[in-house]
Design a protein around this ligand. Structure first.
Ligand code: NAD
Length: 1661
């Protein structure tokens, strides 16, 4: 046993920390807490690891105690579900059964769950017994075990029932952490970070700088070694233990001052108010610490918002965010981990996180006393809080940090002042004597009032974020200087942060933030640097500038005295940094005498730099790669041993502007660099610099202001311009070297602003509001020198008018035009910015014209701009900030993704309020509903641009380009083909590049391009990669990382013979020079390693249903990207899956449609597969993958993937656990929707599968074949708890021995499914006696079919049998359905619906109710108890509306009802499925079409309304309406145009469109169209052969019911054979399927119904 550190809490040293404490625990308890019984309670995860050593130790020690006490143990299931009333009762029953008395001592060995639960049991058992905490998780060690809070959860909330009950001891044994999963470690670290953030800046600094050390120190604990021996070497100095001790010490201090959480103890809830609300939605998908991590950042942002009062600035928020991120914890509600957890939770039937729902959860948090104010701990800086308790913050302010979007309230700058916070509590009542420094507050200063408009024009003065290049240079100059300098306006970024940390590590300077983080005080050490301790590294992340500058700075460290040991300074970075070049700089320095070694890859970091001092003299440097090498030497040269002459060599000096910037800044710090002189000409030599020796001296004012980033500066200036006010930027002016600094003079002045510039400041005064002058079409704005500022110019162009007169533009006039040129590069920035501006400006009613290298904006008077536009920002900071400028003058503008400003101006929205006095309001941006439904119309969950990009890898010839195209269409994401991209970056072609430079150079360039694309195209793209991309380790590493960070990498596979066939004779790309097969063999393991999904693009033996592959692609990519999931809807009646028991699915493919009638999913019993030609009972991955693919080509139903073992009733060998798990993982990689995981697998393996499940759902199943396990025993509840921990669906199967077993099963189901949020449960009794349980089971009942070779389990019934049984039992009463309308005698609807009822075994009937008006007969029918629903046709679609209680949004918008549905309570609901029929006809015919760019609707009546609505729901961008009477088309178009749907416009003639339609829907009678062009006055619409763009694969629909071949369809058949043709009767069918599904909740048996209906239709045609 090593040393023990004791910490005092509540006056007693009861917290003992160290390693390997079991002997100490036993000894301490037996000697200080005498008892008759010691009970240790732990969970099933901990027991196998640590229980035995406790038993051994106590058994041995107890033998020496004369009273011979008992030591008993009890094991409970792990996880949050155990922390329940049932869990508590179970332990209490155990204690009672063991006859435990009041002197019992209970030991809680485990994580926070065990600690909270067992602590609460101890608090109430026998009115309270003694207990001891032995936490095993980091979270429990540092937080939950300390402070005496105990609790259990209820379905209505976490920790709502509990007690304060202090443990007698808390034993912190860090050796337990050896087995803690890494994610759990980070989970605990979140609480450590929290404690440091509120109280202990030093501890926080350690956490910031020791990320790698801490994470590695966990590895050093040797996970697999035995507890007692492995960690004996560690002492109290182990980094993790020291951190734990410091964190506990803080918490103990706080608890001691305020044990019952009256005020000070609130502080440990930092991050918890928002964090707990998030946790309420995302447990168990996000861990407690992960939720708190997001909560901390959001609460810190709240404190930053109140910055003028709390003092917290962006420095503090930035530090907190970087620290949290360093440990892999999430930081925002849009972080991939959070989004993934949210979608998992939704898929499992969870609630969606929205602003109101989050605020509602906060309102029931026990910490909040008022409903409108929420208690939040506000930081004032890192390590200190605003007040000594949580502060009441209004919901309105909290909304701003929680919401994805903001609404900017149009107004005058300076007009808004935020209401102040309540008076802070800064002294604790009743506390006397010395208090910790954190509790001492300086006298408070009143917050300065916001600027109030003076007489005349309101005027704002501010500075905007500093330039990154200048910030980094100024830090080095100030640190090397021999004095103190206040750096103002320094940029707060990762780069500057690591630069400061490294300079501090070299003792070059000390840093201190003042003025709320606005000013950094740097005390330089005059260039006297110290060697960092041996074994430490200066870690620079991915900060390129810091790495380059510091390489030379490190050479300045002087050699140590001869007596002292010398070692080099090591600088390193993250994986990306370790690939970035630094060789030219290192070689220049070493040639001059410095000693620098590469520790990793030659030419890259890490570097070992010997303390030699910089020699000086003449240095030669190749400056053709980066000017940062030049700046690095220039900055350090004054401290060289001798004067330095720097000679730049290489083909060309790059970025001279930055070299000039360095020299100018050195001059500001007193060192004058001179240029060399050419001795022959006497003229200045451009590439030779003389740097004299010297010491930097800070400017005499003691201050140095970093010039603002010129692009950021454009926004406040533009606000002044637009609002007619005045704004002075104090830190950018005419002397700036930044291109965008010309914006004020070159753009704003011509628009009519008054611009006054000094060398270091700029003041802009706008003309009166609404009076910006347009430049006119003739004058161009060449923005080539300031391309990033074009977006700011463009929004001003939108409100600039001729001569500022505010006139409406006349037709074709150019007066109000702003023409911007020279910005072609903006198409390839964060997004295509030119397109983005065009699309978003259109929302204000602004027209634009795209130019090859620019954009024309046609301005309009301010008053005519549309209010309330909702701006999509494409995750581009500049789009967001530019439109917030426009929002200050156009009311109601919403910026949808407010967080994208974080890239350059994280506190932009705060500054807009606090500094510019413009109010903003948080806006919850609704995303489309994520719940799944079986209708073919599915909407993406998140905006497409947020979807992590989807990468395709695989052999050349495997079909990546084709699949990529279809995937991009179905996901509505753009496609990037990296080979094509390569050719455009390295013209003329990829092939030429290889020929000129060779393969190695090509691979290097390809990898570099990949890295660049992965960083610039993280979200919103489908990217098809070259076959050889996996050849370099860097590329493989990048792909794996991309997958791990939430991206999707799909390996497209195809049969080898097919690939060979495709590649034969292909000449476009360079040949391999080796056989395709051997290339594949080499790459196969790499593809597997890099991809997280696999898609089988097989061609053989997979069936060839029309559209099969397209449909499969749509579903697969919807699933893997998480945008649309093909899952069975929850909570909408009963669901079934069919167990396919075939040894090979392929021969059965033709019967699948018939077999799957009625069911919601198909189960592939992988254990029953028998691979042809193989004697192994285990099928190969290739075979299984092929089977899955084949199945998916013939069905759109989701697949349940099951590998049932022999002991669980299947055929898979029980011993082949690894193979079973490997198949389950394959299923996840194949994107299978449901995976059955047996809970009898080893927990570690189950966790492996569950943690990799992505968007798949887990069915956690347990089967008891013995018939001994009864439903009313704790044992069955235990199986439920274990399954519920892992599964999204729980499946428990037992065997009935008596009929009554079905009733105990029913009570079990009722008990376990009644709680809100409980998991769906499949509970079945096998055997004939148990058949009733199959009838009654509601969720995913496994069914068989008479055509199947065998039943999957004894007693299995078919779907139809179950429906009949339900009917006979009274659970499925017969219903009457009707068709209302006239004339309807020939309607196909009765055939359609009655066929479906019969096929599914449903007892309902559908009949005609023909009446002349909506009268008594109809009213009577809809009031009947057995009324099931009705179809409504012409002429009653409007007339029925008054009889209904509610209308669907679709019926409302279309203005017609065609479907009536009875609701609970006798209410009637009117819906419209016509549009769904049209939408489904498009989707199912060409699934890969995705959202069409453009569509045409012919006609302007009621059906046209349904067609437009349908097109809008599938995301069509432009809809053209054509009608013979143009006025009707105009009226219809304007009724649907606008909002967030498609743009709808009337066209005067067919063909008059910008974008050719890929969907055409005719809603006029067939005889109203003609293919004959005649000059006669025929009233029929002439359909020209050019109507169809034959380059597209589109869909044409003729809604006309008769004839079967209308002129439009005939034309399509001849002119556009590639288009899918849809007859009116087909739309009727599609509409009918949806109607049927809405009425019955069951999929319509489409094939059977279709066959019967078409038979009848054709017979009558
Ligand atoms: N009482 C308080 O003041 C307080 C404070 C914070 C959190 N909490 C509560 O704590 C709970 C969360 O605690 P947690 O994160 O420890 O969860 P947990 O108890 O569920 O433990 C996490 C998982 O890790 C396993 N585990 C624990 N130690 C292990 C080890 N050494 N090796 C291998 N596996 C190990 C557990 O079996 C469990 O599966 C929540 O219920 C939360 O409400 C309470």
């Amino acid at each position: 046993m090593s040393a023990i550190h004791k910490i005092s809490i509540l006056g007693k040293e009861s917290i003992h920390c160290g390693f390997n404490l079991i002997p100490h625990i036993s000894n301490t308890l037996l000697t200080t807490l005498p008892s008759s019984t010691y009970v240790l309670i732990t969970d099933t995860n901990i027991a196998p690891l640590y229980l035995q050593p406790f038993i051994d130790q106590f058994t041995s020690d107890l033998s020496n105690v004369p009273t011979a006490p008992r030591f008993i143990t009890h094991i409970v299931p792990p996880g949050e579900t155990t922390k329940s009333r049932e869990g508590k009762a179970e332990i209490e029953d155990f204690l009672l059964s063991q006859k435990c008395t009041r002197d019992t001592v209970i030991l809680a060995l485990g994580g926070g769950v065990i600690g909270d639960l067992v602590g609460f049991v101890a608090a109430t058992f026998m009115r309270g017994v003694r207990f001891v905490q032995i936490p095993t998780s980091l979270l429990a060690m540092v937080d939950s075990s300390v402070g005496g809070k105990t609790a259990i959860d209820t379905p209505l909330g976490k920790n709502l029932i509990g007690a304060f009950h202090q443990p007698e001891y808390i034993f912190i044994d860090a050796a337990f952490l050896a087995t803690l999963p890494k994610r759990e470690l980070a989970n605990g670290l979140a609480e450590v970070i929290k404690t440091a953030a509120i109280w202990d800046e030093d501890a926080f600094a350690l956490l910031e700088s020791s990320t790698a050390t801490l994470l590695d120190s966990l590895d050093s604990l040797h996970p697999s070694a035995s507890h007692t021996t492995s960690t004996t070497a560690f002492g109290l100095s182990h980094p993790l233990l020291s951190l734990i001790i410091s964190s506990i010490t803080t918490k103990s201090t706080i608890v001691t001052y305020d044990p019952r959480e009256a005020h000070l103890r609130n502080l440990v809830n930092f991050g918890h108010t928002l964090g707990h609300a998030i946790e309420a939605f995302l447990t168990p998908y996000l861990l407690h610490g992960e939720c708190i991590s997001v909560g901390m950042i959001l609460e810190a942002e709240l404190a930053r918002m109140y910055g003028p009062e709390t003092g917290l600035g962006q420095v503090g928020v930035g530090r907190l965010r970087r620290c949290v991120e360093g440990y892999g914890l999430p930081t925002s509600l849009t972080h991939p981990m959070v989004l993934r957890a949210q979608s998992q939770s939704l898929a499992a039937g969870g609630e969606k996180m929205t602003l109101p729902s989050l605020l509602a959860k906060m309102a029931i948090d026990k910490k909040n006393s008022s409903s409108r104010l929420k208690k939040v701990v506000l930081l004032s800086r890192i390590g200190k809080v605003h007040e000594l308790r949580a502060t009441g913050v209004p919901d309105e302010e909290i909304a701003k940090v929680l919401c994805a979007g903001v609404r900017v309230v149009a107004g005058t700058p300076g007009g808004y002042v935020r209401p102040a916070l309540p008076e802070p509590l800064r002294e604790l009542p009743g506390v006397e004597g010395p208090v910790p420094p954190q509790m001492v507050y300086p006298p408070s200063t009143a917050p300065s009032a916001a600027p109030s408009p003076a007489n005349g024009v309101p005027h704002i003065t501010l500075s905007t974020p500093g330039s990154k290049s200048i910030s980094n240079r100024a830090l080095v100059l100030a640190a090397l200087s021999g004095g103190t300098v206040k750096l103002k306006n320094l940029l707060h970024s990762d780069d500057t942060q690591v630069m400061m940390a490294a300079l501090e590590g070299l003792k070059a300077a000390s840093f201190e933030w003042t003025d709320n983080g606005e000013t950094l005080v740097v005390t330089g050490n005059g260039g006297n640097l110290s060697l960092p301790p041996a074994g430490t590294e200066l870690y620079l992340g991915n900060a390129g500038t810091a790495a380059r500058f510091l390489t030379t700075v490190c050479t300045l460290v002087p050699p140590p005295p001869p007596s002292a040991q010398s070692h080099p300074t090591v600088i390193t970075g993250n994986a990306r940094m370790r690939q970035r070049p630094i060789a030219p700089l290192v070689s220049a320095l070493t040639t001059a005498g410095a000693q620098i070694r590469y520790l990793g890859t030659e030419g890259c970091l890490p570097l070992a730099i010997a303390p030699t001092g910089l020699p000086g003299g003449t240095l030669e440097l190749d400056a053709s790669i980066s000017s940062q090498y030049v700046s690095s030497i220039l900055l350090c040269a004054p401290y060289a041993a001798a004067d330095t002459t720097l000679v730049l060599t290489g083909p060309a000096v790059i970025s001279q502007l930055y070299i000039d910037m360095t020299i100018a800044l050195m001059r500001d710090f007193g060192v004058h660099v001179t240029r060399g002189v050419d001795p022959t000409t006497g003229l200045e030599a451009p590439n030779v610099y003389h740097i004299p020796r010297g010491t930097y001296t800070p400017p005499s004012t003691g201050e140095f202001t970093i010039e603002s980033d010129a692009s950021s500066a454009t926004y406040p200036l533009a606000i002044a311009a637009a609002t007619g006010t005045s704004c002075t930027l104090s830190s950018i002016g005419s002397s700036s070297l930044q291109g965008d600094a010309r914006f004020a003079v070159d753009v704003l002045r011509p628009l009519g602003c008054t611009v006054v510039q000094t060398p270091t400041s700029t003041t802009v005064t706008g003309p009166p509001r609404g009076r910006l002058c347009a430049l006119g079409g003739e004058r161009e704005l060449d923005m080539e020198p300031m391309t990033d500022a074009f977006l700011t110019a463009a929004v001003l162009g939108a409100v600039a008018t001729r001569g500022g007169a505010g006139e409406e533009e006349t037709e074709g006039g150019k007066g109000n035009t702003m023409r911007i040129r020279g910005i072609a590069n903006q198409r390839v920035k964060e997004c295509n910015r030119i397109q983005a501006m065009m699309d978003q400006l259109a929302k204000f009613g602004i027209k634009t014209t795209e130019l090859p290298d620019g954009l024309e904006i046609h301005g309009r008077p301010l008053s005519s701009l549309k209010n309330g536009a909702s701006i999509h920002c494409y995750d581009d900071h500049r789009v967001a900030m530019a439109f917030s400028v426009l929002a200050t003058v156009v009311d109601g503008t919403i910026i949808e993704e407010k967080r994208c400003v974080e890239k350059t101006w994280p506190n932009w929205w705060d500054d807009l309020e606090n500094k510019l006095g413009i109010k903003v309001i948080g806006v919850d941006i609704p995303t489309a509903p994520t719940a799944v439904h079986s209708s073919p119309v599915k909407r993406p969950t998140a905006s497409a641009s947020q979807t992590p990009s989807v990468l395709l890898i695989g052999m050349r010839g495997s079909g990546k380009s084709h699949i990529g195209l279809l995937a991009s269409q179905s996901l509505s994401l753009p496609l990037l083909d990296i080979d094509a991209h390569f050719s455009s970056v390295h013209p003329p072609s990829l092939r030429a590049y290889v020929q000129t430079h060779g393969w190695p150079a090509f691979r290097a360039a390809e990898t570099a391009l990949l890295l660049q694309v992965l960083s610039s195209h993280k979200t919103g793209w489908v990217i098809s990669l070259g076959g050889g991309i996996v050849e370099t380790p860097e590329a493989r590493e990048a792909l794996v990382r991309f997958g791990k960070e939430g991206g999707t990498v799909v390996w497209v596979q195809r049969e080898m013979e097919e690939i060979e066939r495709v590649l034969e004779g292909e000449g476009e790309r360079p040949a391999y020079g080796e056989s395709v097969r051997s290339v594949f063999e080499r790459r196969e393991p790499w593809f597997e390693q890099c991809a997280n999904y696999e898609f089988g693009n097989y061609t053989k033996g997979v069936g060839s249903t029309e559209g099969g592959l397209d449909g499969e692609i749509g579903r697969f990519f919807g699933h893997v990207s998480g945008t649309t999931r093909n899952l069975v809807p929850r909570g909408q009646g009963r669901s079934y899956f069919l167990s396919l028991t075939y040894p090979d699915i392929v021969p059965a493919l033709p019967s699948i449609p018939e077999l799957s009638i009625g069911v919601d999913a198909l189960e592939l019993r992988v254990d029953l597969l028998s691979e042809p030609g193989s004697s192994s009972p285990i099928p190969s991955h290739a075979y299984v993958s092929h089977q899955v693919s084949a199945l998916r080509r013939v069905t759109s139903l989701p697949v349940v993937f099951t590998v049932r073992t022999v002991s669980q009733g299947g055929a898979f060998p029980d011993t082949a656990t690894a193979e079973a798990v490997s198949l389950l993982k394959l299923a996840l990689r194949l994107g299978v929707e449901y995976i059955d995981v047996e809970t009898t697998l080893p927990p570690a393996l189950i966790k492996e599968v569950v943690s990799a499940k992505g968007h798949s759902q887990i069915i956690a199943s347990f089967h008891d074949w013995s018939g001994t396990l009864r439903w009313d025993t704790p044992s069955m509840s235990g199986h439920y708890a274990v399954a519920a921990q892992y599964g999204d669906i729980v499946k428990l199967i037992s065997k009935a021995t008596t009929f009554a077993d079905n009733f105990t099963l029913q009570s079990f189901v009722a008990k376990h499914t009644s709680a809100p949020g409980s998991k769906p449960l499949i509970a079945i009794n096998m055997g004939v006696q148990g058949q009733l349980s199959r009838v009654l089971n509601k969720c995913f009942t496994p069914v068989t079919h008479p055509l199947l070779p065998s039943k999957a389990a004894p007693g299995q019934l078919s779907f139809v049998e179950i429906q009949q049984a339900l009917h006979l039992s009274g659970l499925l009463p017969a219903k009457q359905f009707y068709l209302f309308g006239t004339p309807i005698a020939h309607s196909m609807s009765p055939t359609l619906h009655n066929t479906a009822f019969t096929t599914l075994g449903l007892p309902h009937t559908y009949s005609l109710l023909e009446t002349s008006s909506v009268g008594d007969e109809i009213k009577e029918a809809i009031k009947r108890d057995d009324f099931g629903g009705a179809s409504v046709t012409i002429p009653f679609k409007l007339d029925v509306m008054p009889l209904l209680d509610a209308l669907s949004p679709a019926a409302h918008k279309i203005g017609a009802v065609n479907t009536i549905l009875p609701l609970a309570g006798g209410k009637l609901y009117g819906d419209n499925t016509d549009y769904l029929g049209i939408a489904a006809s498009i989707r199912t015919r060409v699934p890969a079409l995705g959202a069409p760019s453009a569509a045409l609707v012919i006609g302007a009546g009621g059906t046209a309304r349904a067609a437009i609505y349908a097109l809008q729901t599938i995301g069509t961008k432009h809809v053209y309406v054509f009608n013979r009477t143009a006025a009707k088309a105009e009226a219809l178009a304007s009724a649907f145009d606008g909002g967030s749907g498609a743009r709808v416009a009337a066209v005067g003639e067919l063909g008059a469109w910008d974008v050719a339609p890929s969907v055409i829907v005719s809603t006029v009678p067939a005889d109203a169209t003609t293919l004959v062009q005649s000059s006669s006055s025929s009233s029929a619409v002439y359909l020209p052969p050019t109507l169809f763009d034959t380059s597209l694969k589109g869909v044409v629909i003729d809604m006309a019911y008769k004839p079967s071949r209308t002129p439009l369809l005939a034309l399509a058949e001849d002119a556009a054979p590639g288009w899918a043709r849809v007859r009116g009767v087909e739309v009727l069918l599609e509409q009918g399927y949806v109607q049927f599904e809405k009425w019955t909740g069951r999929r319509c048996p489409r094939e059977t119904v279709r066959e019967r209906v078409l038979e009848k239709y054709d017979a009558s045609a």
